[in-house]
Design a protein around this ligand. Structure first.
Ligand SMILES: Cc1cc2nc3c(=O)[nH]c(=O)nc-3n(C[C@H](O)[C@H](O)[C@H](O)COP(=O)(O)O)c2cc1C
Length: 208
């Protein structure tokens, strides 16, 4: 599969772990293949692992205030959120790495989601319901779970993330799942790479 036109990749990691993280390791592989298919594509990295501030009262008030009426302090309060939205808007492809934590997503990722779901900016309300305002683009959703089968009734992460992206206008979510790592880490990685092969086959002539 060719990926002509991918100029910029937004990579978002959310595991609290660094070196031993299965999801980050697979994220490296996704980025490597994307860059192999689109030489010169840049990567903007956002590491949520060390922490992500939560929205608070002042943030919500600023966000609900029409943009042209915001005070300098309110504009300042939304700066980090504006930057997160802008990074998402500019990306031709997104690589999001996510461990399952307590049946759902890490709280730092939920905090990031709260910052990028902005009425009037990334979605809007219409008489027919909400409408996403982001252009569709591939999102490589790289997930790792210890014991939960992805897509099962107790996986409250993958369906939730698909819904969030759909809500923002992004339908093209491509799951690369290493599920049940605790049971068989090698098999989990192998099945994630098999899924990745469907989206991004190893470029011809590249080293394995
Ligand atoms: C705080 C915490 C909560 C977890 N909760 C779950 C869970 O509910 N279900 C599950 O299958 N695995 C759970 N796990 C296991 C992780 O999903 C698994 O170790 C995964 O590989 C973590 O991703 P990482 O390797 O990228 O850090 C949990 C791990 C941690 C640290």
């Amino acid at each position: 599969m060719k990926h002509a036109g991918i100029g910029s990749i937004l990579r978002i990691d959310s595991s609290a772990r660094q070196a031993d993280s299965v999801s980050r390791d697979l994220g490296d592989e996704v980025v490597r293949r994307l860059q192999a298919g689109s030489p010169g594509a840049s990567v903007v990295s956002l590491d949520l692992g060390p922490g992500m501030p939560h929205i608070d009262h002042d943030w919500v008030t600023a966000n609900l205030t029409p943009a042209e009426q915001r005070s300098p302090q309110q504009r300042e309060r939304l700066t980090a959120s504006d930057q997160a939205v802008s990074a998402l808007q500019r990306a031709d492809a997104v690589v999001l790495t996510v461990p399952v934590y307590n049946f759902s997503v890490p709280s730092v990722l939920k905090a990031w989601i709260d910052h990028v779901c902005r009425a009037g900016l990334t979605f809007r309300y219409t008489p027919n319901g909400p409408q996403g305002l982001l252009a569709d683009r591939p999102v490589y959703l790289v997930m790792a779970s210890g014991g939960v089968p992805l897509g099962s009734a107790v996986d409250f992460a993958s369906g939730y993330l698909r819904q969030v992206f759909r809500f923002l206008g992004i339908e093209d979510v491509r799951l690369v799942g290493a599920e049940r790592v605790a049971a068989d880490p090698a098999a989990a990685r192998e099945s994630a790479l098999t899924a990745l092969d469907q989206w991004l086959p190893e470029p011809t002539g590249a080293a394995a």
